[in-house]
Design a protein around this ligand. Structure first.
Ligand SMILES: Cc1ncc(COP(=O)(O)O)c(C=O)c1O
Length: 400
């Protein structure tokens, strides 16, 4: 196999997908509670998205941002209407959206606040991507090891601890960048009081409030953006994963007043916002707006968290079930590899979020009966591991 061994792969050779179901090359059925790591929020091969991309494939693929792309303008309008923000920059991934956010915050701080060397404050246990700037923004040493020298200009505070933010908020801080539910760091929702205090602090000090919604955005938490749960409109928001439902697309949104900071030549992406990606994103956003997918996701998320708490909390191996909408973590008191493998053998695919948290990211369209099936499988998998009957975990213990 001529691939870099950068991933510990699950022993499943995926052949096709529909809704919440994946089939492997031998026709074995899996209930997919990974959604391609929070990407296929509308399920695999969603009809409206597939139809839109198929039509676009025959019309126009790519022209570059030298030209006006009407579809790109329409998707930007949909995002602006939904978010209350004013301007959108399109790119291809979460890390790229976060790079754009960091660059915008730095440039704004230099031009408007006269800060010579602007700093971005992020949080311990956060995850913002794998490029040099975004892995430096990430508050986890494991993603940084081996990549020195790292870019300057980042400081870290403790999540859900306003005092720690106040301490780190020196006059050269341009922006505070956070996930409203830390995903890779273990599915940890922010406390509403913390977010409220943080928003007030940022507003008082003229510091930009920057929200990484790469994983929480596009319905994952039961609202289009997790910001809506907290009643905040950030200065900058980043999106990727669910925006194209599998078509690679990322976006950086900001309040209209910051649009002029990114003038011609200040930032660019060859593929960003190309017609194929935009056809997928328009179909996704239209579906989210016109169907009941968001309200169902909220309802199903509440049901699933409650059911998992009833069934699993109190078991010897389980520390806590937590989450928001359909972004759910089950924290164990041991590494998760064996439970993930035992679930896989029973036909349920889940992923880890850190060493001791099993993460559930089912497609938002998952049926109630499929949620019930997953609860039964997870209960049986935990029982098996607690009894010590499980085969030793095959791979999948670290970040995939
Ligand atoms: C919150 C968050 N930000 C950024 C990223 C990086 O996104 P990408 O892998 O598309 O670069 C991720 C990916 O898991 C993420 O969860």
């Amino acid at each position: 196999m001529a691939l870099f061994p950068t991933y510990t792969r699950v022993p499943v050779r995926v052949a096709s997908g529909s809704g919440s179901i994946l089939l492997d090359e031998d026709g074995k059925r899996y209930l997919d509670f990974t959604s391609g790591l929070g990407v296929c929020n509308l399920g695999h091969c969603h009809t409206a998205v597939t139809t839109a991309v198929e039509a676009q494939l025959r019309q126009l693929w790519h022209v570059s941002n030298l030209f006006h792309i009407p579809l790109q303008e329409q998707v930007a309008d949909l995002l602006v209407q939904a978010s209350g923000l004013g301007a959108v920059f399109f790119c291809n991934s979460g890390a790229e959206a976060n790079e754009a956010a960091i660059k915008l915050a730095r440039k704004y701080a230099r031009e408007k606040r006269g800060i010579e060397r602007p700093i971005i404050l992020t949080f311990r246990k956060s995850f913002h991507g794998r490029t040099l700037a975004t892995l430096t923004a990430t508050g986890q040493d494991k993603v940084k090891t081996g990549f020195d020298p790292l870019p300057e200009g980042f400081v870290y505070a403790t999540y859900n601890d306003l005092g720690s933010v106040e301490e780190a908020l020196t006059p050269d801080v341009a922006g505070v960048f956070l996930e409203l539910v830390q995903g890779e760091g273990g599915v940890r929702p922010a406390d509403p009081a913390f977010v409220e205090g943080l928003a007030r602090l940022c507003a008082d000090k003229g510091v930009l409030l920057m929200v990484d919604e790469v994983q929480t955005g596009i319905g994952r938490t039961g609202k289009l953006f997790a910001c809506e749960h907290y009643g905040i409109v950030p200065d900058i928001m980043t999106l990727a994963k669910g925006l194209g439902n599998g078509m690679p697309v990322g976006a950086m949104l900001a309040k209209a007043e910051y649009a002029g900071v990114f003038g011609p030549g200040s930032h660019a992406s060859t593929f960003g916002g190309n017609p194929l990606a935009m056809a997928a994103a328009r179909a996704v956003l239209t579906e989210m707006k016109q169907s009941d997918v968001l309200s169902r996701a909220a309802e199903h998320g509440t049901w699933l968290i409650t059911r998992l708490k009833e069934k699993l909390e109190g078991r010897p191996g389980v520390v806590e079930v937590r989450g928001l909408g359909l972004m759910i973590g089950i924290e164990l008191n041991q590494p998760v590899a064996q439970v993930i493998e035992a679930a896989r053998q029973r036909g349920l695919l889940v992923s880890p979020a850190g060493p001791q948290v099993v993460r559930l990211l089912p497609p938002l369209v998952t049926e109630r009966t499929q949620l019930e099936e997953a609860v039964d499988i997870l209960t049986a998998a935990l029982e098996e591991v607690e009894k010590g009957e499980s085969v030793s975990g095959v791979g999948h213990g670290g970040r995939i």
